[in-house]
Design a protein around this ligand. Sequence first.
Ligand code: ACO
Length: 429
Amino acid sequence: MSNDTLTVTDNRTGQTYELPIRDGTINAIDLRKIKTSPNDFGLMSYDPSFLNTASCRSSITYIDGDKGILRYRGYPIEQLAEKSTFLEVAYLILYGELPNRQQLDQWVFDITHHTMVHENVRIFLDGFRYDAHPMGILISTVAALSTFYPEARNVFDTASVELQTRRLVAKMPTIAAYAYRHAMGLPYVYPDNDLSYTGNFLNMMFKMTELKYKPNPVLERALDVLFILHADHEQNCSTSTMRIVGSSLSDPYVSVAAAAAALYGPRHGGANEAVLRMLMEIGHVKNVPDFIASVKRQERRLMGFGHRVYKNFDPRGVIIKQIAHEVFAVTGRNPLLDIALELERIALDDEYFISRKLYPNVDFYSGIIYQALGLPTTMFTVMFAIPRTVGWLAQWREMLADPEQKIARPRQIYTGVMQRDYVPLEARG
Ligand code: ACO
């Protein structure tokens, strides 16, 4: 008998089964052999919220939640944040290797030259109400791009996939900035090809009447690092959504829109917005102990704390805390930082948080930085969606190339009434 197997005895029948173990995993489909009779459907595994189910093989992002490790294509996030740029990391995530000089130059050129959106998109954006949430605008507008590029539905056409990949990476900042300008009642600013990816984003967000916008290099670099940290995070809620929607062979625009919709919620990418609202509600350092007490009574959650995967520390949170100080050296100290530091100090020393392994996640400090950059809270999740588009696309491309993947379709355990006859309206009580 091979050592790499699991022997299971079904006590209902007394029968024993040997299931292969590969990569520390058994194939759920192997459980179907375990039956009480030939007519039995076979055993299934029940895993609500996918706590212990691998849904794919992936070579993009490695996480060891207990050790606080995050690597893209094998490169530690700390090295990439210190030495790389967002567009270089985007290439790495999408194509598996760091680009050489010529590849990088071509890639940056391509992205830079796809940043403009069709003028009809601008007109379409005007239809949103002045107070529309920018995530709602971003999600709908990305989905609408599907109608501008109908060839995108040819998801097995390599040239088309490459083109749509470039378009999406390039246009997300433009749509995001337009959503912001719309809310502010400001004229839209066209992309400036002289600027970097993040420099141009700041230009499209904040340019006023000056002839040429000059991004502050510290803020431009800080944003670039934030984008690197948010570029991918393996099979989280939004990425799984991208794969699930993409598995029906929908085009990448509507799939990214669906992934962005999943990101929107406060338990995922919406947490950075929720952190800021929480900090503003606390209002002063002196109110922190009362707030922590209400969290411990489980009346509310400490937003920006806890993670499904990281149970010691979130390595992105450590880098972000450092960036916060660099940004505040330029913008002036955000008073909410003191409340955040005090919350972190108390929580990291408190049995409730220690025993549940709750630590600051990537969103705990990102919101304070975005606020210091002059962004309204409603833009925070948008700031997450821009770089994560790279991860969504890489995972989508990997899924399409994986012969083991089919249309995603989980099973259920039916708990409803098995069968009953229709009752006419007059006969119902
Ligand atoms: N504040 C207070 N208590 C918490 C928190 C929190 N932020 N997070 C978890 N807990 C508690 C739960 O109440 C639970 O306690 P119990 O065992 O006494 O019932 C225990 O810790 C385990 O919590 P779960 O919800 O089972 O943990 P899960 O892994 O499902 O949740 C999640 C992870 C959703 C991130 C959660 O920690 C949370 O809601 N955090 C706040 C929101 C947040 O910051 N989200 C951003 C995540 S990072 C990202 O998406 C980029």
